[in-house]
Design a protein around this ligand. Structure first.
Ligand code: UD1
Length: 417
């Protein structure tokens, strides 16, 4: 099993190109089932994307990747389609469940493995199924699989999600594009990745409007040769922004849209982080004095749960007691015991972490537990005394393209063994 060896306290400087958003690319890849010929640009080359492409291939689509162009071309000849997403391809990546909506909408049936539990929480799919049932699907759960059917096609409907879910909103939109009549969904997630999915579907002639948390979908999908460029990965951007605030002489983050992380920028500025923000790039510098802060994770436009573990590292360097309340997932503090082994002063009570700083972190042997927890250990290692050994780094490869290459280019001392 591969490990990362990181020698801390090396000042970073240079440029980092931010990749395309994994969380935007995954639902758009699922949406390519609905079209005959799609080219997706700015696709991140990470393992979750390869898993989704394998799933599309299993279903019967063909794809061609170009690392040079950072793009993938996907063809659906609508022949020999297997409307199944097997356990082996859904168990490692929950987003596999996003093929349920498009398969059911276009081919009127689907058999998709239940994604099961996950380290950061139970993560059920009841909201996905709630939406599909409202659109007229018949759903049965048997032997760990969701069996969905709509013999006469789905029907437009008006409904409200009981709580906000990114994946369920995406599955509902993907199903509704083939429904007869108009669909209006309230209490939707409105993350930038949902907007990106909508702008892709708009190119296929579907009329989708968003007003507050209400999304209206009118049927008229037209299959045609289409190309779409994925938005920048706001979580990768936020991760390196925090890395820069921790230990950069000057780090320039490029290939971005800084409007996607307005909330994060305002929080980092409140913490005393020095940065110059432009539309297409941000420059960030290590700040001598980091100020304590209290934050909650919340659905967009709130502070993202996917940056909670990373900002906690900055809090270990802030003077005084900072707090983070995790409002999205019930078990997303798994990085805390590992950080404590590096000397961090963190207490967890209910769903809130209390972080006392500033404190000196020491290199140690630690274990990565999930994607964002893993990258928080990398950030901690960058500022720690001596060497940190991070085990189980396959989580990082699921979501961060060329992580150590990007950091090494900026003078970090990292080795993969
Ligand atoms: C997506 C992101 C993930 C991010 C999360 C929250 C992708 C591929 N992943 O995950 O990185 O951390 O949004 O911003 O885009 N829930 C239910 N029933 C459901 C679905 C969700 O109870 O049917 C709950 C979840 O357990 C969680 C909350 O709703 O507590 C939000 O989850 P959701 O927004 O659905 O997350 P994902 O779409 O899985």
């Amino acid at each position: 099993m591969q490990k990362l060896l990181i020698d801390g306290k090396k000042t970073l400087s240079g440029n980092i190109n931010i990749s395309g958003s994994k969380n935007s690319a995954l639902p758009i890849l699922a949406a390519t089932i609905l079209n005959n010929h799609t080219t997706i640009k700015n696709i991140p080359f990470v393992n979750d994307i390869f898993t989704m492409l394998n799933l599309l291939k299993f279903i019967g689509l063909k794809y061609k990747l170009s690392k040079k162009k950072q793009s993938v071309e996907i063809i659906n000849q609508n022949k020999k389609i297997n409307t199944v997403a097997p356990y082996k391809l859904v168990k490692t990546m929950r987003a596999g469940v996003l093929v349920l909506g498009p398969l059911l909408a276009k081919y009127k049936k689907a058999k998709v493995s239940l994604p099961g539990g996950c380290a950061i929480g139970t993560r059920p799919v009841d909201l996905h199924l709630f939406a599909l049932k409202k659109l007229g699907a018949k759903i049965k759960i048997k032997n760990g699989y969701i069996f969905a059917s709509a013999k006469n096609g789905l029907k437009g409907a008006k409904f409200k999600f009981p709580s906000i879910s990114v994946g369920a909103t995406e599955n509902a939109i993907l199903a509704a594009v083939h429904a007869k009549g108009i669909t209006t969904i309230d209490n939707c997630a409105i993350e930038p990745e949902i907007n990106d999915l909508i702008s892709f579907l708009n190119k296929l002639g579907v009329e989708i409007r968003m007003s507050g948390r209400k999304i209206t979908i009118e049927r008229s999908i037209k299959e045609k040769k289409t190309s779409h460029k994925i938005i920048c990965d706001r979580i990768e951007l936020g991760t390196y922004l925090i890395g820069g605030a921790l230990i950069a002489k000057k780090l320039r983050l490029k290939n971005i849209d800084s409007n996607l992380i307005k909330k994060e920028i305002s929080i980092l500025k409140k913490m005393g982080v020095k940065m110059s923000v432009y539309k297409n790039y941000i420059e960030v510098y290590k700040s001598k004095k980091i100020k304590k802060i209290n934050i909650n994770t919340d659905p967009y436009p709130g502070f993202p749960t996917d940056l909670q573990a990373q900002i906690m590292i900055l809090m270990t360097q802030a003077k005084g007691l900072s707090k983070i309340k995790e409002s999205i997932f019930e078990n997303r503090f798994m990085h805390v015991p590992e950080l404590k082994r590096m000397g961090a002063k963190i207490e967890i009570r209910n769903n809130t972490a209390y972080i006392t700083g500033p404190c000196l972190l020491n290199g140690a042997e630690v274990m990565a537990t999930d994607l964002r927890a893993s990258v928080s250990l990398v950030l901690a290692a960058l500022i720690a005394n001596k060497r940190t050994k991070i085990n189980r780094i396959y989580h990082l490869d699921r979501g961060y393209q060329d992580l150590e290459k990007k950091l090494i280019k900026c003078k970090a001392k990292i080795k993969r063994v």
